[in-house]
Design a binder for this molecule. Structure first.
Ligand code: GLC
Length: 544
């Protein structure tokens, strides 16, 4: 079986912001279906859909009330089936997001648990505990929600009395499942089969390091690192779940499991891609890395040393857009930086130049690559969304201290010169669910298609070359001697194919132009050369 996921260019499609088919201001599956030819033209091999299931949208669909359906605002199961079929006929595979750490508080199991009361089997599917202190009015332990505030919420019992507390590592509307409960395990194994059976090619596992908890629910020490001794992050017992999931995936040829394992330590990440577990994990060390040659080289080497198929990710729906990030004084990303950097405009021109260079660097690395929707247009992080329009629970739960993730989730501009820029059909009754900057008139798909120097044209060219050159995608790479501020490496076809040659990639992260290494022809550059030299913040692909 062709291991497509080892080389694939995977487009992350954030449904509610991609394309609105029915004019209600929210993206949907019919909108996505209409735009599949755009994605085929872009040259991607697969699409990862953020959650498309029925959801009260307390966390933009990461609060799922039915794992086997489609959110009515997005469409129907028939739309999903049609979309999967149409994508396949265009040669595009489909990956769906599964969220196993928590459900929505509107999930049938959770409403049953509330009604069933303390000590019931229904409550054992989640983490219900009595509170501490007199009257049980303190949370059962000191865990904090990743979105801010305590990780526990107290319920009112069916008889009206103040009752137990339940655990939610994210928002209160996202109660955590108890993975020690056999029915939880059985349920998700069935969910996997449900979607594989409908033809999806891969599953992205949300919050994949957090599933299992120490059943004693001990207090957590400040700064306690993820790992076997941590009460809920990166525990050893999570691997047992992935071994059983892998056995299921293997029943369906060509299907893959991709983990969202947000761990800073590459060696801990490696355990998830041990034989018999996940196929790949998202590369968060690369995503967080500053625009710095030495740091990038270190992360690239560490990634390749994992011995598992690499993924290269520059951004996603949870982090700042790269054009904005790379235009800042500090180009690293971490979740706690957002609250500081959103107060400054950043240098979009510099950020765009670097984002172009980073795109070519990333697409030349060995492995698969993820492209978050809108990065191919060079969209920036929208930092000035009015408070009353913000929807991210992070914003609310931190009382506005953290601006949250809405700025990277603004609906895409497709065409025309004013909002909604073709995101919604002409004459739509509703505005896009988040307002689009009017300056995006220059960044629509239509405008960028007509502009040979646009980000879109760069992505199209790069993906076309990447797909046709046997040296790119999966396979070996070797560093070339270069200054510490320059990244230069060769990609060779894994097996010698007649008439194919190596591709040489050179990224100049220094402040001065550099001489290009020897080459036969120039394949692509992220920006024009100056006097035959490669300018700062520019990448070239060369044929040798
Ligand atoms: C993941 C998702 C994020 C979501 C969280 C809780 O990190 O990418 O968007 O809010 O999990 O499900």
């Amino acid at each position: 079986m062709h291991k497509w996921w080892r080389s694939a260019a995977i487009y992350q499609l954030y449904v509610r912001s991609f394309a609105d088919g029915n004019g209600d201001g929210t993206g949907d599956l019919p909108g996505a279906r209409e735009r599949l030819p755009y994605l085929a033209g872009l040259g991607v091999d697969a699409i990862w859909f953020n959650p498309w299931y029925p959801s009260p949208m307390s966390d933009a669909g990461y609060d799922i009330s039915d794992y086997r359906g489609i959110e009515p605002v997005f469409g129907t199961l028939a739309d999903a089936d049609a979309l999967i079929g149409e994508a396949h006929s265009l040669g595009i595979r489909i990956i769906v997001d599964v969220v196993p750490n928590h459900a929505s508080d509107q999930h049938r199991w959770f409403t049953e648990a509330l009604a069933a009361g303390p000590g019931s089997a229904a409550r054992d599917r989640f983490w219900f505990r009595p509170g501490r202190g007199p009257g049980g009015d303190q949370p059962p332990n000191n865990w904090q929600s990743i979105f801010g505030g305590p990780a526990w919420t107290r319920v009112t019992e069916p008889d009206g009395s103040p009752g137990e507390w339940y655990l939610h590592l994210f928002a209160p509307q996202q109660p955590d499942f108890n993975w020690g409960n056999a029915s939880v395990r059985a349920e998700f194994e069935d969910v996997l089969r449900f979607w594989f059976g409908r033809g999806v090619d891969g599953i992205r596992i949300d919050s994949g390091a957090l599933l299992t908890k120490d059943p004693r629910l001990p207090d957590i020490a400040t700064g306690q690192p993820p790992g076997p001794a941590h009460p809920y992050s990166d525990r050893d017992d999570v691997h047992d779940i992935y071994r059983s999931w892998r056995a299921i995936a293997d029943e369906y040829p060509g299907r893959v499991l991709i983990g969202e394992i947000w761990l800073p330590d590459a060696t801990r990440l490696a355990r998830y891609v041990n034989p018999g577990e996940l196929h790949t994990v998202f590369n968060f060390p690369y995503l967080s890395c500053p625009w710095d040659a030495a740091e990038l080289r270190r992360v690239i080497d560490q990634t390749l040393a994992l011995g598992a198929p690499a993924t290269w990710v520059l951004s996603n729906h949870d982090v700042d857009r790269i054009v904005s990030r790379y235009g800042r004084a500090d180009t690293a990303f971490s979740l706690d930086r957002r609250r500081y950097f959103h107060n400054f405009p950043g240098d979009v021109e510099l950020g765009t130049r670097r984002a172009r260079a980073a795109a070519l660097l990333t697409m030349a690395l060995p492995g698969s690559v993820y492209i978050y929707q809108g990065e191919e247009l060079g969209l920036w992080e929208v930092q000035d969304i009015a408070d009353e329009l913000r929807q991210d629970p992070i914003w609310r739960r931190t009382n506005g201290a953290d601006p949250g993730r809405d700025g990277s989730r603004v609906p895409l501009p497709w065409s025309g010169t004013e909002p909604p820029f073709g995101f919604s059909p002409t004459g739509a009754a509703h505005e896009p669910w988040l307002p689009q900057p009017k300056e995006w008139r220059d960044l629509t798909v239509e405008a960028e298609t007509a502009n040979a120097g646009s980000m879109l044209r760069l992505y199209q060219d790069a993906l076309r070359i990447r797909r046709s050159a046997p040296a790119l995608g999966d396979g070996p790479m070797s560093w070339l001697p270069a200054a510490p501020t320059v990244l230069a490496f060769d990609r060779m076809p894994a097996t010698a194919v007649a008439g194919t040659s190596a591709v040489r990639c050179v990224a100049n992260l220094s402040p001065t132009p550099i001489t290009l290494p020897p080459h036969a022809t120039m394949l692509l550059t992220s920006g024009p050369l100056t006097d035959g030299l490669l300018p700062p913040d520019t990448t070239a692909w060369l044929r040798v």
